[in-house]
Design a protein around this ligand. Structure first.
Ligand code: C2O
Ligand code: CU
Length: 528
């Protein structure tokens, strides 16, 4: 059947559906004057952690031969009280910031990149001005001082650039780090047993240089797909592990590739945390879907493994039902061989080498702390949720028919402070009689909201292609707090969220970074 789909795509292209020259125009337009002046240093801010990040081009020895040009956050630690700021071992990514809830963080961001940039603290609940909205981007040579109090649950968050239209390339070239809020839970693996994995796909040319979007317009539409996996910025990542228990904090830091995570030894995956921290209790799945921007924490006990055994974390094939790929089986075809492996096979992400050393073994807790409840019955619109169609219209990726406007907020994007709402996200359909076209051009969209964590309350798959659903259905963990989730073609997801503490403008968007850069992003505004 995949072969038949491929032929269908070819014929769609030949009738000109995919060849309208809209994208280059979108790509060339520059932000223009809609910027807000940068936040200066506040001497009275009681920083516990005080850092300087200089984003700049650099080079790294990634492979034998030529060094690879990358971007990196050069980091200087001015103060880190009861916190740590470390490089990811051997990596140009990072740093990994570990803080506690309630601590005050200052980051003096200096931009030495060739163009504007801004840092988004993905998942953190902080004010508009600190959140990294594109309107706060600073030009080369500029400085912006982030100062905020950490008030998120303990969990694995991250940070990356967010300038309008250029998030994809800046993340691609290496700007991404982890922001871990540490808790005081007992009984969890820690120290060397607490291991972050940032998974990204890249394409590297014969001279060891990163290649971004060499596939023309079509590649932009589907999003970048690399042919090589880097973990923590390193090719062929592997780790010697002891016979003990590990907590793996996994971030999908890829631009557009979705992974279907599974263990090579056939064991189930035990998830203990999602974007917004620990679950109430562990969840066991044969595999896990992880879309760009999402984090999942998994529990892995290597103690009963054999000496010298290699255990791989891999990505299994799945269907997207889309002519556009997006990490599934079709991605390889449309990407002109960009997929890591041929159609329909699994590929390795990371390899764990089990040594003969005995490590600390822990027992999987039956439960973690209870979550505070956020119930749809508290919502002001539970029976009439706001709906957001993520679809394709007028040769563009759109949300309810619209693309990003720097300051633009529609009536349907205004919410009241201190209210709870249900939002419904629909992949497909359309707002302007373009529904059919919209449905033909479906792709998975990882949906991300800034400024808060929400709970998924419903995943309606009645509009999905049955074999697509069949290939992903056991991979969702909807029992925890999320700031990003995978919205598959035809899927309808309801989430409940509370707008609290901060008024202001925050973005929500597709975290396929090419879709985001092409405008699949909008503002919502929290009004007093
Ligand atoms: Cu990680 Cu607005 O994104
Ligand atoms: Cu998308």
């Amino acid at each position: 059947t995949s072969r038949r789909k491929f032929i269908w795509i070819a014929s769609a292209a030949s009738v000109g559906v995919l060849s309208v020259p809209v994208l280059p125009k979108l790509y060339n337009s520059i932000t223009g004057g809609q910027r807000v002046s940068p936040h200066p240093l506040n001497k009275d801010f009681p920083a516990d952690i005080d850092l300087e990040f200089t984003a700049s081009p650099d080079q790294v020895q990634l492979l034998n031969g030529s060094k690879t040009n990358i971007y990196t956050y050069q980091t200087r630690i001015l103060k880190a009280e009861n916190a740590s700021v470390d490089k990811l071992p051997g990596s140009y990514l990072g740093p990994v910031i570990r803080v506690k809830r309630g601590q005050n963080v200052r980051v003096r961001f200096k931009n030495q990149l060739p163009r504007e940039s801004v840092i988004h603290w993905h998942g953190l609940h902080i004010p508009q001005e600190m959140d990294g909205h594109p309107m706060y981007a600073i030009d080369k040579g500029g400085e912006f001082v982030y100062e905020f109090t950490v008030n998120n649950r303990p969990g694995t968050y991250w940070f990356h650039p967010h300038p309008d239209k250029f998030t994809g390339p800046q993340v691609y070239y290496g700007l991404a780090g982890l922001f871990i809020v540490e808790g005081d839970e007992k009984g969890l693996p820690d120290g060397e047993y607490d291991v972050p994995l940032v998974i990204q796909d890249r394409k590297i040319d014969a001279d060891n240089q990163l290649v971004y979007l060499d596939g023309g317009r079509m590649a932009r539409m589907q999003g970048f797909l690399g042919d090589r996996i880097l973990v923590n910025g390193q090719p062929d990542w592997n780790l010697d592990v002891k016979k003990g228990t590990y907590r793996l904090r996994i971030l999908n830091g890829s631009n557009s590739r979705i992974y279907k995570l599974a263990w090579s030894d056939g064991s189930d995956i035990v998830a203990i945390g999602t974007d917004g921290g620990l679950l109430e209790k562990p969840v066991t799945r044969p595999y896990l879907m992880l879309s760009p921007g999402e984090r999942i924490e998994i529990w892995k006990d290597f103690s009963s493994q054999n000496d010298g055994e290699e255990v791989q974390l891999k990505s299994l094939p799945f269907e997207t039902g889309s002519p556009m790929g997006g990490g599934g089986m079709m991605g390889g075809m449309m990407g002109g061989g960009q997929q890591q492996t041929p159609n329909g096979t699994a590929f390795d992400l990371a390899s764990f080498h089990v040594t003969s050393q005995t490590g600390v073994q822990k027992e999987l807790p039956a439960a973690f702390a209870k979550h505070k409840t956020l119930s749809p019955s508290d919502a002001v619109n539970a029976n009439n949720p706001r709906s957001f169609h993520f679809s394709f219209e007028r040769m563009q990726w759109v949300i309810n028919g619209e693309t990003f406007e720097m300051m633009g907020v529609a009536d349907w994007e205004k919410v009241k402070l201190n209210t709870t709402e249900v939002w419904e996200f629909i992949n497909g359909g359309g707002s302007r009689g373009m529904g059919r076209m919209g449905n033909m051009m479906q792709m998975p969209h990882p949906v991300h909201l800034h400024g808060l964590q929400f709970r998924i309350i419903d995943r309606d798959v009645s509009g999905m292609n049955a074999s697509v659903w069949e290939s992903v259905k056991d991979g969702f963990v909807d029992q925890g707090w999320q700031d990003t989730f995978l919205l598959m073609p035809g899927m309808k997801v309801q989430a409940v969220m509370k707008f609290e503490d901060f008024t202001g403008i925050f973005v929500y968007h597709c975290h396929n970074l090419e879709h985001e850069d092409m405008g699949m992003m909008r503002n919502y505004e929290v009004i007093a």
